[in-house]
Ligand binder design. Structure first.
Ligand code: AMP
Length: 764
């Protein structure tokens, strides 16, 4: 059975100019529309404007006509637009759809979350822009939901994303956040549970005159049942099923017109696979080293079969750049014969250095068919990966190993400065060296396939062990899976272990602590960008699936790759010397990349496993004191340069970035990066814990009391000095630039504010 559903994004190279898009949010009050927009806007590189009828009239409620006018003007300026209103029925949406034209696509993001959840959120919230909160909210939510009419492609949308739970919302958020100014997303309807899918596909075929392969429609359901694979926001390109093993293609399908690729997936109840740790690997030794393809494919399938279960729901993806790849088709067929689950292993046609940006496939780890010198050059995958990763990979590789023996692999954490990290989301490259059967290359095995097969098997084993170690480092494997992995050491351990000592705890106790810690953290989803505005508190994420208590990375969702930057800097400050202001054994000091005030530093703890304040115990008291003292020293330095500054030192109750860090922030909040309510509230509500208080609490009680209450971040905006309420960020900014009222008494006590000595004694 051959099935093909193509969701291929347009290759980037073919675009010269980005298309603005209109995204119409559809959802009841309390479904998280505004949060969705704010979070995407906080992390996206695409210019966005959020249009909300509740605030369109100078911060006050306005009319639909005003919304339309401002949307049209934003589009004219090349900005993309979120229409943040309920838009629950067709009529409501119709006028906004007219904003679409050949140069502007209109998408819908449907936040179809349980009515109960929307109601309870709306009732509980405070400071809502439209003042829909408290008792009256419940009735309104109910009334609106009764009229709900799901959007359809036939209304004129080019893309519809249905989100039925928090992990869907997270996936949609990731997709839109990652959408750069020049990127486009594939057309189609994603994530709808009901079987309307077939009809939708029919409509698309009719509207777009797309030649959909004959079996697509009839196979739509079998994808759901055989794959048990919900729609993810991942841009999964063409899907060809052979029995039950799949092949995805990152290249545009010939049958479909450019830009008219189409996908309809059905949504299941599984958590998104989109976030599952994924290793993309090329076939080792079959190209340049001319290893026999039949033998190589047997070995790949054999080792994959051994590892898929040990890796929990992590995915392995065999990648080849060519559609005609013989090794891909051999492996696909053999894997199908062995009934290997296709949500854990599949093949993919695409460039391994552009899997996400062009192929839409998220792979946090990629393998490189390296040369023994671990140097750039040659051709094929090695050259492509070193080129795409930039010099950062060479430097990072050197830190791990100088050379590689056949059959071995070395895991290299990729610095966040590498384009492969920032563009593709790759956190690790694993170099692997296979056997050589090519007489024109050094160390040829002269057709000795006994030895060759042994080395090739060893190479894949080392590779998958290396991948497992990256998951373990991130605490992403269930304890059960860990036990399996621990008991199975490969012949490639020296190099793998050598690499890991720097990145993962290598003693039992530490490792255990890390896993326990990760289990604990897994209840919270760290699913967001680099700023607190993008942080998603627990209540917004959904809990770990109770039936899936063998929690692994994909289900438990640990820190996203974007949340690792500070951790990486703290672990490898030497590589990040350019950004570090100070490096010591205990801390690294750096400027906040998105400062929310004139002076905004971060003091990072360097201890492994200390991801956030919740991990802190009495044992860390000395470290906290050091962090405080270092922060204070820097604040004092800045105060010498500018006596008018006032500093606060503290922690976010729930940080968005991994690795315990102290904010040292001047109280002018004069920064273009301070854009959202959440930014402000994260520094100006109880969510921000003063370092002095943390020290006292940890010293007295062994831990700090966290205020990880989501509502703190969406509280009304209030001046941090006079406490007056402000309707929106621009008004707040303009107010605080003039407000000279003294700070509230709570801040004036206990040295929570740090002032220039010449101002001591004056009410700041
Ligand atoms: P938190 O919400 O406490 O985790 O704050 C994380 C801080 O890290 C935010 O203020 C971000 O602006 C900042 N940030 C994000 N990425 C980086 C980076 N690569 N380097 C320095 N600061 C960063």
């Amino acid at each position: 059975m051959e099935m093909e559903i193509d969701d291929t994004p347009k290759p980037k190279g073919e675009e010269t100019k980005g298309k603005p898009i209109v995204v119409i949010l559809v959802g009841a009050p309390g479904s998280g529309k505004s949060t969705f927009c704010e979070q995407v806007m906080a992390s996206s590189t695409r210019p966005w404007v959020r249009i909300c009828q509740d605030t369109i009239g100078n911060g006050k409620s306005g009319t639909k006509a005003q919304c339309l006018k401002s949307a049209a003007s934003a589009l004219n300026d090349g900005k993309s637009v979120f229409i943040d209103r309920c838009n629950l029925d067709r009529e409501q949406r119709a006028e906004f759809l007219k904003l679409g034209n050949p140069n502007v696509d209109v998408h819908a993001v449907v936040l179809d979350l349980p009515a109960k959840l929307c109601t309870s959120r709306s009732v509980k919230r405070t400071g809502h822009e439209g003042n829909l909160q408290g008792g009256k909210a419940a009735a309104v939510v109910n009334r609106m939901l009764q009229k709900k009419e799901f959007p359809k492609l036939s209304e004129g949308f080019t893309r519809i994303t249905f989100c039925q739970n928090e992990s869907d919302v997270q996936a949609a958020h990731n997709t839109y956040s990652a959408l750069g100014p020049l990127d486009t997303l594939p057309n189609g309807s994603f994530g709808q549970k009901n079987p309307d899918a077939k009809i939708q596909l029919g409509i698309m075929r009719f509207l777009k005159k797309v030649e959909v392969p004959a079996n697509t429609v009839s196979d739509a359901n079998s994808i759901q049942s055989s794959v048990s694979h919900k729609n993810t926001e991942e841009k999964q390109p063409s899907y060809k099923g052979h029995n039950n093993i799949s092949s995805f293609s990152g290249n545009a399908s010939k049958e479909l017109k450019e830009g008219e690729n189409l996908a309809v997936y059905s949504s299941g109840s599984h958590a998104s696979l989109n976030n599952a740790p994924t290793l993309a690997f090329p076939s080792i030794s079959t190209s340049d080293f001319q290893f026999n393809l039949e033998k190589a494919s047997d070995i790949i399938v054999e080792v994959v079969e051994e590892y898929v279960n040990k890796l929990g729901s992590a995915r392995l993806v065999l990648v080849d750049v060519s559609h005609k790849s013989k090794i891909l088709s051999l492996v696909k067929t053999k894997a199908a014969q062995k009934n290997i689950e296709l949500n854990k292993f599949f093949t993919f046609v695409g460039d391994i250095t552009k899997l996400y940006s062009v192929g839409g496939l998220r792979c946090n780890v990629i393998a490189n068919a390296a040369n023994w010198r671990l140097k750039p050059g040659g051709g094929g995958v090695n050259a492509a990966i070193f080129n795409a990763a930039g010099p950062a990979l060479e430097v990072a590789t050197k830190e791990q190993a100088k050379s590689l023996h056949p059959g071995k692999a070395v895991v290299v954490p990729l610095p966040s400065t590498s384009p492969l990290f920032s563009r593709e989301g790759v956190t690790h490259v694993i170099h692997v060296l296979g056997p050589n059967m090519n007489q024109h290359r050094p160390n040829c095995l002269n057709n000795d396939y006994i030895k060759g097969c042994q080395i090739l098997r060893e190479a894949y084993t080392s590779l998958f062990e290396g991948f497992a170690s990256t998951i373990k480092t991130q605490g992403k494997l269930a304890k059960v899976s860990n036990e399996n992995l621990d008991s199975n050491s490969s012949g490639a351990q020296e190099v793998i272990e050598g690499a890991n000592t720097k990145h993962s705890p290598n003693n039992d106790q530490k490792s255990k602590r890390e896993h326990e810690h990760e289990y604990d953290r897994s209840k919270k989803c760290k699913g967001s960008q680099d700023e607190i505005g993008a942080n998603i508190p627990e209540s917004k994420i959904g809990k770990v699936d109770k039936n899936n208590d063998k929690i692994d990375g994909s289900m438990a969702k640990a820190w996203g790759s974007w949340a690792q930057a500070l951790h990486k800097i703290a672990m490898h400050p030497q590589i990040h010397k350019d950004v570090a202001l100070e490096i010591s054994d205990d801390v690294v000091v750096l400027n906040d990349l998105y400062p929310k005030a004139r002076r905004h530093l971060l003091v990072l703890a360097r201890s492994e496993g200390l991801d956030r304040l919740a991990d802190v115990s009495k044992d860390h008291l000395q470290l906290l004191k050091t962090m405080h003292d270092v922060g204070l020293k820097w604040a004092e330095k800045f105060l010498q340069e500018d006596v008018s500054l006032i500093f606060r030192l503290g922690y976010h109750s729930v940080p968005s970035m991994r690795q315990l860090h102290l904010h040292v922030i001047s109280q002018d909040f004069d920064s273009k990066n301070l854009k959202h309510k959440k930014h402000w509230n994260s520094f100006n509500t109880a969510f921000f814990l003063d370092s002095v208080d943390v020290l006292e609490e940890v010293s007295c009680h062994g831990k700090a009391t966290l205020r990880d209450d989501e509502s703190l971040l969406s509280m009304e905006l209030r001046c941090h000095r006079c406490r007056s309420a402000q309707p929106n960020i621009p008004r707040l900014k303009s107010h605080i630039s003039n407000c000279r009222a003294p700070f509230p008494p709570s801040l004036l006590q206990n040295s929570r504010l740090v002032l220039a000595p010449c101002n001591a004694g004056i009410d700041p």
